[in-house]
Design a protein around this ligand. Sequence first.
Ligand code: NAP
Length: 252
Amino acid sequence: MGKLDNRVAFVTGAGRGIGAATALRLAEDGARVVLADIDTDGCKQVIADIERAGSQGLAVACDVSNKAAVEAAIQQAVDTFGRLDILVNNAGVIRDNLLFRMTDDDWETVINVHLRGAFLCSRAAQAHMVKQRYGRIVSLSSTSALGNRGQVNYSTAKAGLQGLTRTLAIELGPFGITANAVAPGFIDTEMTRATARRQGFDPQERIEAASKVIPVRRVGQPRDVANVICFLASEESSYVSGQIIYVAGGPR
Ligand code: NAP
């Protein structure tokens, strides 16, 4: 018996990185998982891993910033698996630049994917969760919410997700739904490797440099974040809501 047997999860940006690790981790605990991504190619490998772990996955093409696509994807999840218990708002992009060089498009793309995406997915998912009187919503914030040079768009979106999380907790708590956020620090994924390459650094050297200043003396792996999400997605966390858990190998 897994602690998520009979639960259905919807994970955005599940084709790689933290989303892929989370989809697999939830499946290992028994959940059936809908993997939503703008490009579902990466989801196929994750679904093979999920099936090897003894559960089921479904890949759905969905741009989380598109209202019609989100509503259709959530409906497809419920039509396929009969319910929806867990939403993980994970899909993300970065368009880093100093403020004076940041374009309108850099700003809007990041705000739309992270903030509008989490809003649209949470609104569509809660309709089913409220009827069930049960739900778990976990969103991906970041240590960048505390402020980060070159990330005024991303930092604003990740801070906004903290406000969204606390407000969802207040509004949805009476219906058996909790809302929490995880705020990772440096996690080794394509997002951080691409940032290093764009800045002219070797990703491995970046990891080694970061490891020297992180209190636990290593960078995070996607599974480190997935483990915390899995707890927040379970019944064991039913008295934890509106919280932001930093997963950063130190306080921030
Ligand atoms: P990643 O490796 O870049 O993966 C992000 C996934 O989201 C990709 O599969 C991407 O699809 C998908 N995606 C992008 N835009 C989308 C959209 N509009 N609709 C649906 N899916 C979309 O990133 P990651 O490092 O795993 O990050 C996952 C989350 O954790 C993000 O919210 C990120 O901000 C947050 N986070 C990461 C770190 C870190 O150090 N890595 C730290 C703090 C917070 P494509 O590949 O097709 O573009």
